[in-house]
Ligand binder design. Structure first.
Ligand SMILES: Nc1ncnc2c1ncn2[C@@H]1O[C@H](COP(=O)(O)OP(=O)(O)OP(=O)(O)O)[C@@H](O)[C@H]1O
Ligand SMILES: [Mg+2]
Length: 206
């Protein structure tokens, strides 16, 4: 079992939206997937209130639950952790148990600056076990200057970056509201980018 977490202590960077769609795609690709909601606001658990998810959802109420995922969820192929929108003990725990940390950032300078605290935890963690971490651009808009700035800032950190970004699309917003994913829609562009990203994520774990 491998653990992937989506972490950025800045709120609203697209963590939950990315988790929901990527986890659904992982199940569609044949993996047995558990998703752990570590956000005290429980957005992902609420999204799944009608139990439509094709993966199993667990809610972590404290960092203790997070530290135990490797043992408790060992029956799954993959565990995906939806991080909280704050830097808390639960965030550090999620990083510690992860094989791959994905840092979603939208083209907003604030999203990027908050992610430096993730880098600090990763650096501390590297003394016992190095964790791979990669940035994921979310809510991508057609603003070449802003994108170049964001990519340059990411590349300066020395951490990786997924080639595939998730574009700013209403399909992500609308589907989240009614417990669906882009795979319940006819939006081929949205489904396509989630599929290519998911493949990149799987490749990063190999
Ligand atoms: N690719 C996208 N295109 C358009 N809107 C998006 C996209 N990704 C996320 N959003 C919207 O941005 C808002 C924040 O997204 P989301 O809840 O996924 O972020 P988060 O990082 O999980 O936030 P929090 O830190 O509060 O948990 C939501 O309204 C969501 O619908
Ligand atoms: Mg969230």
């Amino acid at each position: 079992m491998k653990v992937i977490s989506f972490i950025n202590p800045k709120g609203g960077t697209g963590k939950t939206t990315s988790v929901i769609n990527v986890a659904t795609c992982l199940v569609n690709s044949g993996y047995k997937v558990a998703v752990v909601d570590t956000d005290p606001q429980m957005s992902l658990t609420n999204w799944n209130k009608n139990d439509k998810a094709n993966f199993d959802v667990y809610t972590a109420s404290s960092e203790k639950d997070v530290y135990q995922v490797r043992k408790d969820l060992s029956g799954y192929d993959l565990t995906v952790i939806d991080g909280a929108g704050s830097l808390s003990v639960i965030t550090s725990a999620a990083i510690m148990v992860s094989d791959l940390v994905i840092i979603p950032v939208s083209p907003s300078p604030l999203d990027f600056s908050a992610s430096s605290s993730v880098a600090a935890v990763l650096e501390a963690q590297a003394y016992s076990r190095k964790v791979e971490a990669k940035y994921l651009i979310t809510r991508k808009i057609d603003n070449a200057a802003m994108l170049t700035l964001l990519k340059d800032s990411i590349d300066e950190t020395g951490l990786g970056r997924f080639k595939t970004a998730l574009t700013n699309r209403q399909t992500y917003v609308k589907t989240c509201v009614d417990g669906n994913t882009v795979f319940d829609t006819k939006d081929g562009a949205a489904k396509g980018e989630v599929e290519v990203l998911t493949k990149e994520i799987i490749d990063s774990l190999m």
